[in-house]
Design a protein around this ligand. Structure first.
Ligand code: C6P
Length: 404
């Protein structure tokens, strides 16, 4: 069992008051809070080894390069990638997905098909739409049911020899539904399609095993898993990363440059043009170490309890409807109260110190499916408590009375 109070003491922001009330932070789906060890590691990098990487023979440059590459190795180990060079540093999930869609622009042809799911974040819709516009490929969408689960029969019916790419999130940010990605990857591979998994909402809750999943790409952000903003990872199978052209041109990604011809660096540098977020990349490794120390089994146990408690308590409120009622769920509760705009509830409970996200959560097609403008989304982390959930429930009840 986790000692939650001890863990909470490691996150300085959690002892703050907001609007004169103790902060209850339930917007972990947007970004997680950072433990002191991560905050200190950023300062330590700038105080002790700040230098550009892969460029200098001087000592600091070597130290910074080593720390950056050690962090890449930690990520490789964490997600069980076969090779370190399959792990690319990015600025976040959005960057990783765009890197892949940009690469596929030279592969897809008119008549080819790309399959996305109806549960996607805009980051995993718009880049594929742009790709389809550019190449003449067609975008197909896996439908969902009223519980927010993807309909597997419909998915399988969409797959054909025309399918070149399938992309789906591991966990939906708006509803918290965990998708059956291993099964979906297997089905996509059976028709020869590549698969990109958007793991942005999965990595705070679980340790993905990219070899076991057999996905071709897995993108995620560091800031949702206790790491700094502006950090992320794109895992790509070696064979695919060799096939795709570079995303951006510049320093670092070349072997040799002349005005006649440029040759590109080997993986992973081919995809890492320019000076990266060095401190961020290094400290992402610190965040991963931290999460592994807490332990993903412990994280899951705590979050399961929070999800069960929040679901039960919120459903006590008359007129409250939860969206995303499928069985396989992460610690996210998206809800509305009859006749009240989600924004109004969010604003009132903010005055009571409770931070939730309201709106469409960058997933407008999901809101359109349910014919709603948005939801109130409470997304929990292992450092949250059932007492905080009770505070939220009381605050929502108060807001409901005020707005009815
Ligand atoms: N979702 C949320 O509140 P970036 O912004 O690149 O770090 O992550 C984009 C992204 C991609 N896919 C999924 C499933 C996501 O949830 C997100 C980010 C946040 O739900 C901010 S919109």
């Amino acid at each position: 069992m986790l000692d939650i109070q001890k863990i909470r003491a490691e996150f300085p922001i959690l002892s703050q008051t907001v609007n004169g009330k103790p902060l209850v932070y339930f917007d972990n789906g947007a970004t997680s809070q950072k433990p002191q060890i991560v905050i200190d590691a950023i300062a330590k990098y700038y105080q002790e080894i700040n230098a550009n990487i892969h460029r200098g023979v001087h000592t600091l440059s070597q130290l910074a390069t080593d720390a950056y590459e050690i962090s890449r190795g930690k990520v490789q180990h964490h997600i069980n990638a076969k090779f370190t060079h399959e792990v690319l540093f990015t600025s976040g999930t959005t960057h990783g997905i765009n890197l892949v869609t940009n690469g596929f622009a030279s592969i897809l042809k008119p008549g080819d098909e790309v399959i996305v799911s109806s549960l996607e974040h805009h980051s995993n819709i718009v880049p594929w739409q742009m790709l389809c516009e550019k190449t003449g490929a067609t975008l197909k969408v896996i439908p969902m049911n009223e519980d927010g689960e993807l309909i597997m029969e419909a998915y399988e019916a969409l797959l054909s020899e025309k399918t070149k790419v399938v992309t789906v999130n591991h966990i939906s940010n708006a509803l918290g539904i965990i998708n059956p990605i291993k099964y979906m990857i297997e089905k996509a591979h059976a028709v020869g399609a590549a698969v990109l998994i958007d793991g942005a909402q999965a990595v705070p809750h679980l340790k993905p095993d990219v070899q076991d999943l057999d996905c071709d790409f897995y993108a995620f952000s560091g800031h949702k898993m206790c790491g700094p903003t502006g950090t992320g990872i794109l895992y790509g199978k070696e064979v695919w990363l060799n096939k795709l052209p570079p995303y951006q041109g510049g320093g670092e990604m070349i072997k040799e440059v002349t005005f006649e011809k440029t040759t590109y660096a080997d993986l992973p540098h081919k995809f890492e043009a320019g000076t990266p977020n060095i401190a961020g990349g290094i400290v992402l490794g610190t965040a991963i170490d931290y999460l592994n120390t807490v332990g993903f089994e412990n994280i899951q146990k705590q979050e399961e309890e929070l999800l069960a408690h929040a679901t039960k308590r919120l459903l006590e409120i008359e007129g409250l409807k939860i969206y995303g009622t499928g069985k396989n769920k992460a610690s996210v509760v998206s809800f509305n109260i009859d006749g009240i705009h989600p924004y109004d509830i969010g604003s009132i409970i903010d005055k009571l110190g409770i931070a939730v996200r309201t709106g469409h959560h960058c997933a407008q097609p999901i809101m359109n499916f349910f014919c709603i403008p948005g939801t109130i989304r409470a997304s929990f982390s292992f450092y949250n408590t059932v007492e905080e959930i009770d505070l939220m429930v009381e605050a929502v009840k108060k807001a409901k009375t005020m707005l009815s």
